[in-house]
Design a protein around this ligand. Structure first.
Ligand code: FAD
Length: 366
């Protein structure tokens, strides 16, 4: 199944990433056809209509897509996070209702961040109120990846003394989606700010129990997201390594191929090591996920931290080696450079990952 999905990704994405980046959009029907084949949330089990891949196999698929197009990979991350939040937080009926829709061509996004709640998600103010058989959702979310394409958004908010998640159809009255114009990178990933103005929904849209802690509710989705981003970053590094080695084998300066100049060779060695290290960190986290190890949460933070910082550095190196050949928007390394920088911001910034890792070391190291 993983091979089939990889071949489908090649067929659907091919060499179109640059065009989509320039246009700021991916054709909606193409994304839907990927979703209907299970490509966007490939870990959803077969009983809910999904491909049921392991985290390790889905990771390699994500890296492959990340090497082709980070915007498309961002949509995989969002859809996978939405599906995982429904799997973890939802009851059986909700899993049976929503998961087959997400593996059948409907598209989903995940909304945590608010204007005043970025790194500090304990500050979210979006409110979920119960009213008989209904709930009413009010608030504003920012930078929701995939929202311009989405049929459903998993929205995190406050309910009573705690937090909860709600599955919101984007067609519901009171939902307004405003596309973010000209983001730095992942320009075709459909980022948007989303407003919920007293959106009334059946109470069955509320996932699981009410009033849980914010950390508990968001960690499930974020762990999936961090691991997915880590694999995506391994893909960015693979594509940069390909571009750099191809160029360094043919471009000549001072009478020899630039790969023969030792300072350029050092850049190539660094990129190779960054790619291998990012892949190993992601493999370790996926292994923890597949083994249901309690280390899964911290391994995902570690993988995201390692892979995103190295992708950011590796993509900058790739632009340096290609120099003027990589210094225009249409070049794959320039796109990688812009996309990789954003990976240091999302799903817990580099600094937030460092704080989590330091806390972990302080509390576990003898
Ligand atoms: P802030 O929290 O304001 O942080 C600003 C700076 O201060 C950062 O460098 C940060 O690391 C640092 N900082 C903050 N607190 C600390 C601290 N305690 N110690 C040290 N440093 C600190 N959100 C969603 O809900 N869904 C999405 O799908 C989504 N997709 C996104 C896609 C992109 C491309 C981007 C750019 C953002 C996306 N986001 C999404 C939002 C993203 O999660 C936030 O941008 C991120 O959490 C950081 O929040 P912030 O931008 O408000 O920065």
């Amino acid at each position: 199944m993983a091979e089939k999905l990889t071949a489908l990704a090649d067929e659907l994405i091919g060499g179109r990433a640059g065009d989509w980046d320039g246009a700021g959009a991916i054709p909606l029907e193409l994304i839907r056809s990927a979703g209907a084949a299970g490509l966007l949330c490939a870990q959803v089990p077969a009983e809910y209509g999904g491909p049921g891949l392991s985290s390790a196999d889905n990771g390699e698929l994500t890296a492959h897509v990340g090497g082709l197009c980070s915007s498309f990979r961002s949509l995989m991350t969002s859809q996978g996070m939405a599906a995982w939040a429904i799997q973890r937080l939802g009851g059986l009926r909700q899993r049976q209702e929503y998961l087959p829709r997400l593996t059948g061509g409907e598209l989903a996004a995940v909304a945590f961040s608010e204007p005043q709640a970025g790194s500090d998600l304990s500050a979210i103010t979006t409110s979920i109120e119960t009213d008989g058989d209904s709930i009413v959702l009010t608030g504003q979310k920012v930078w929701t990846t995939g929202a311009t394409y989405a049929d459903l958004i998993v929205v995190f908010g406050r309910l009573g003394d705690g937090a909860a998640a709600v599955v919101v159809p984007t067609s519901a009255p009171g939902v307004t989606i405003e596309r973010i114009a000209a983001p730095l990178g992942c320009r075709a990933a459909g980022h948007a700010n989303v407003t919920f103005d007293s959106v009334r929904l059946p109470a069955t849209c509320l996932l699981g129990g009410a009033g849980q802690s914010v950390a508990l509710v968001v960690t499930a989705a974020l762990t999936y997201g961090r691991l997915s981003v880590a694999w995506g970053c391994a893909g960015i590094l693979r594509s940069c390594l390909r571009e750099v080695t191809r160029f360094a084998r043919t471009r000549e300066q001072f009478g020899e191929r630039i790969g023969g100049h030792q300072l350029v060779a050092r850049h190539i060695a660094g990129l190779l090591v960054d790619e291998r290290t990012a892949t190993r960190a992601a493999e370790h986290a996926s292994h923890c996920w597949d083994e249901r190890s309690p280390d899964m949460i911290i391994a995902a933070v570690q993988a995201k931290y390692v892979a995103s910082t190295q992708a950011s550095r590796g993509a900058a190196t790739a632009v340096q080696v290609l120099a003027s050949a990589g210094a225009h928007d249409g070049s794959a390394v320039a796109r990688a450079y812009r996309d990789a920088k954003l990976m240091e911001i999302i799903e817990g910034s580099t600094e937030i990952c460092q704080l989590i890792l330091a806390d972990h070391a302080l509390s576990t190291t003898a």
